[in-house]
Design a protein around this ligand. Structure first.
Ligand code: BTN
Length: 244
């Protein structure tokens, strides 16, 4: 069994060399509100580590042994992907996760969003987002398949389509997230939501949504609060399948 590594904590004002400092300097450049960066070679889940961190921290791991996905699924997290969590003060989780998906979609050319926050390239998922509340903080976990092996049907990695490094992907995504988060805090949700709708493939599609209350089918409408309306039912969480 692989041994989990203890994390390295880097504060905004610290300087140094190596992989951890490379990711830390991108974090602090693109996220002016971020105060701490934590780096793990191998951890269980960055969302789990985030629970013990201060707000305005970003936790990044090269590999996770217990990566968590939405709806109690696992998120397989082999080397070559990007796995990170952002710890923020309390805010609407729906809006934060939608804004995170928007940021990834804006960062990677030709990507599209599948409600609520999967990001796809040419119909296959390469990024998932898991928002969780814990005590007095919210945690937004982002998993991106960059050049890691992907064995799941309907999933893909960015390197199948583009020659781009993990640090470049991290740079682009955090730059977009930094801008969008500050816009969200300034009250510009309407503009952000309009951009989300433009990049969302689910809108107007015939879908099936599997929820704990049942299965709903119909043409999808997306509401400003992040819910989807299908067959007259307003749904906040579920597994969405595009039917055509
Ligand atoms: C999904 O089911 O689509 C969401 C996947 C979220 C995975 C990321 S990887 C970084 C962070 N840590 C976790 O354990 N999960 C999230």
């Amino acid at each position: 069994m692989q041994e989990l590594s203890s994390g390295v904590k880097i504060k905004r004002e610290e300087v140094g060399t190596g992989k951890a400092f490379e990711f830390a300097s991108i974090t602090f450049k693109n996220l002016p509100f971020m105060e701490n960066f934590y780096y793990y070679e191998l951890t269980d889940s960055t969302n789990e580590r985030a629970r013990d961190c201060e707000t305005f921290s970003l936790i990044l791991a090269e590999e996770q042994t217990k990566g968590r996905g939405r709806l109690n699924r696992d998120w397989i997290s082999k080397r070559g992907g990007l796995y990170f969590s952002i710890v923020l003060p309390p805010y609407s989780l729906e809006k934060l996760t939608l804004v995170s998906a928007l940021s990834v979609a804006e960062a990677i050319e030709h990507s599209r969003i599948k409600w609520p926050n999967d990001v796809l390239l040419f119909g296959k998922k390469f990024c998932g987002i898991l928002g969780e509340s814990f005590g007095d903080k919210v945690i937004v976990g982002v998993g991106i398949n960059v050049e890691n092996d992907v064995e799941i049907p309907n999933a893909c990695k960015i390197s199948s389509f583009y020659r781009i490094s993990r640090t470049e992907v991290f740079d682009r995504v955090t730059a977009r997230f930094g801008k969008n988060y500050l816009e969200l805090l300034s009250g510009n949700w309407k503009e952000l939501f309009a951009k989300y709708r433009d990049l969302c493939d689910t809108l107007g599609k015939k879908v099936r949504v599997i929820t704990s209350e049942g299965i709903f089918e119909g043409v999808a409408e997306i509401c400003e609060d992040g819910a989807i309306i299908v067959g007259g039912k307003k749904i906040y969480a579920g597994d969405c399948i595009h039917l055509r």
